[in-house]
Design a protein around this ligand. Structure first.
Ligand code: GLN
Length: 546
């Protein structure tokens, strides 16, 4: 029988990034996780974020991209979404730690007198707190992969780097690895790949006292032997551990691409693990479908955080997963809800080219009437509609106005004056209290009604989905709207909360109070995304589009 991994024999891989941000550290860490897991190891991942917010929950999606919600209701960095999509590891609150949380905990301990007599300092108090969080993840896992946010050279991430430097002396030599992701840019004018940014980035890391064991070199062109040798010599990393991370078409090709460059062997050798070839067959199959779709569909996504595509990261991925399992390419037509509101005809023209309409989650009044207009278009024209959280609020408001004869129906989030607050604050939500971490967050059960789009998709009477919202369907209007034809196909087990609404006389109209996108992965697409894409394919073929 396999020995249960304990904290003592767990291996740690620390992933840092250099040169510039957005090199794909999260995907690299997740891919490493996937490679090691496919070689039979039990892995987990964590992200250390250097900002002072206790969690990203209060940040604008423009600032930070999507806030990823875990089963236990933590609002976390979007990289945790990659970790769950690439591996079987399940993320929780302890898998994302920010400087804010560390400082907050240390200050609270100081107030409680836990350091009585001491001057509380970054070293050792802050670094000890960081190390405690990292080491806590070891139990039950063979390997902990820990990604450090930011770029080497940032002032902010220094305490994290110092903490992982110290761990070199607290963890057995074979049990700890530093992996550094850098960039090897290609200069068009001189037709060469440049190694200097990598050299400087490694120098910066060594100044802090960290000598990387493996370099992942993000590059557009193949790295020849000579370049690898040069990087190896200047950075003091053995040549076999200079691994090219080539640009690829889909993020799901990264594990196989890194594997082809020999990453698993280097990782296993350096960690003193038996060298086992990972079985990446699932990924190869997924990538084959991505490369050879049998058709395509176009989805109109009506949102307002369009400047930064990362704002809808999990959503985009979940739509892609739905496409993979229906063997079609999913094109996204981003429709700005404010533009739709102001110049509705132009926006509607864009929607008319789509095979399905999706209104995702969001906050605040801006652009809301544009979203409601999009629902109206989908309802009247029998275009498949998928509403997510705010997209459900819009669907219910539109139905109440258009069918339920409540023409001033609204949500308390947008209009306090409306005589019909179809969507309202939940009784336990207090508008004046703290904003951080106070919404309905995390996984909740939902009972599904038979004979519904939801039941056909899930094939199950009870499902569990992740939530992140303050407002809910107002039960005062439940009967009235049901009588007008709104179908309530998902409710909380005690019957108090409406979780899914549908329209019957429609090819596919479903809106849920939760965020199914957080639970979708390329290996297991979320059933609602799977069925929504299938409905859009039907719509497309019935409209005779090739
Ligand atoms: N703004 C809405 C609420 O707080 C919806 C949130 C969301 O779409 N995630 O209830």
């Amino acid at each position: 029988m396999k020995k249960k991994s304990s904290r003592k024999n767990a291996k740690f891989i620390f992933v840092t990034g250099g040169v510039l941000s957005s090199l794909g550290k999260g995907i690299a860490a997740a891919s490493m996780g996937s490679i090691l897991e496919s070689a039979g190891l039990k892995i987990t991942l964590m992200k250390l974020d250097p900002y002072i917010n206790v969690d990203p929950g209060t940040m604008s999606p423009f600032q930070h991209g999507e806030v990823f919600v875990t089963d236990d209701g933590a609002e976390t960095d979007l990289d945790l979404g990659h970790y769950e999509r690439f591996t079987k590891a399940s993320m929780r609150r302890q898998n994302n730690i920010t400087s804010g949380r560390i400082f907050n905990d240390v200050i609270q301990k100081e107030r409680r007198g836990e350091y009585l007599g001491a001057t509380v300092q970054v070293i050792p108090h802050i670094t000890d707190e960081i190390k405690k969080h990292i080491l806590n993840l070891a139990s039950g896992n063979d390997v902990v992969i820990c990604e450090i946010g930011g770029t080497v050279g940032d002032i902010e991430s220094l305490p994290f780097l110092e903490a992982i430097r110290q761990l070199r002396f607290e963890i057995k030599p074979n049990n700890l690895l530093y992996v550094h992701l850098t960039l090897v840019p290609y200069m068009e004018a001189s037709d060469e790949l440049k190694t200097k940014p990598t050299q400087h980035s490694v120098q910066k890391l060594r100044e802090i006292g960290i000598q990387p064991d493996i370099l992942l070199c993000r590059t557009q062109r193949k790295l020849n032997k000579e370049i690898k040798r040069k990087i190896s010599m200047f950075s003091n990393v053995e040549e076999a551990a200079v691994i090219p991370a080539m640009d690829v078409k889909s993020i799901y090709q990264v594990p196989s691409s890194l594997q082809k460059e020999g990453l698993s062997r280097v990782l296993q050798r350096k960690l003193g693990l038996p060298v086992v070839d990972p079985d990446l067959g699932v990924w190869d199959k997924i990538n084959e479908t991505v490369d050879n779709p049998k058709g395509e569909v176009t989805i109109g996504v009506v949102g307002k955080y369009l400047g930064l595509k990362d704002s809808y990261k999990s959503l985009v991925e979940a739509l892609t997963h739905g496409g993979i399992h229906n063997q079609v390419k999913v094109n996204l037509n981003w429709v700005d809800s404010e533009t739709l509101e102001q110049a509705s005809e132009k926006g509607l023209q864009t929607l008319k080219k789509c095979d399905g309409v999706l209104v995702p989650g969001g906050f605040g009044e801006r652009g809301i009437e544009g979203k409601i207009l999009a629902v109206n278009y989908a309802r009247l024209n029998k275009v498949p509609y998928f509403g997510i959280c705010l997209g459900m609020h819009c669907a219910v408001i539109e139905f109440a106005r258009g069918v339920g004869k409540l023409d001033r129906a609204n949500s308390a989030e947008f209009s306090k004056k409306s005589p019909h607050l179809i969507i309202d604050l939940m009784s336990d939500q207090d508008e004046k209290g703290d904003k951080g971490g106070t919404m309905r967050l995390g996984e909740y059960p939902c009972v599904i009604r038979k004979n519904s789009f939801a039941y056909r998709a899930y094939g199950n009477r009870e499902v569990h989905e992740r939530h992140r919202h303050r407002y809910e369907f107002n039960n005062k209007y439940r009967l009235q709207l049901e009588e007008a034809g709104l179908k309530i196909s998902g409710i909380s087990p005690n019957g108090n909360l409406v979780e899914i609404v549908e329209l019957e006389d429609h090819p596919w109209f479903l809106a849920g109070q939760f965020h199914p996108e957080f639970k979708s992965s390329p290996r297991e697409p979320h059933p609602l995304f799977h069925n929504f894409i299938a409905a859009t394919m039907k719509y497309r073929s019935s409209n005779d589009k090739p």
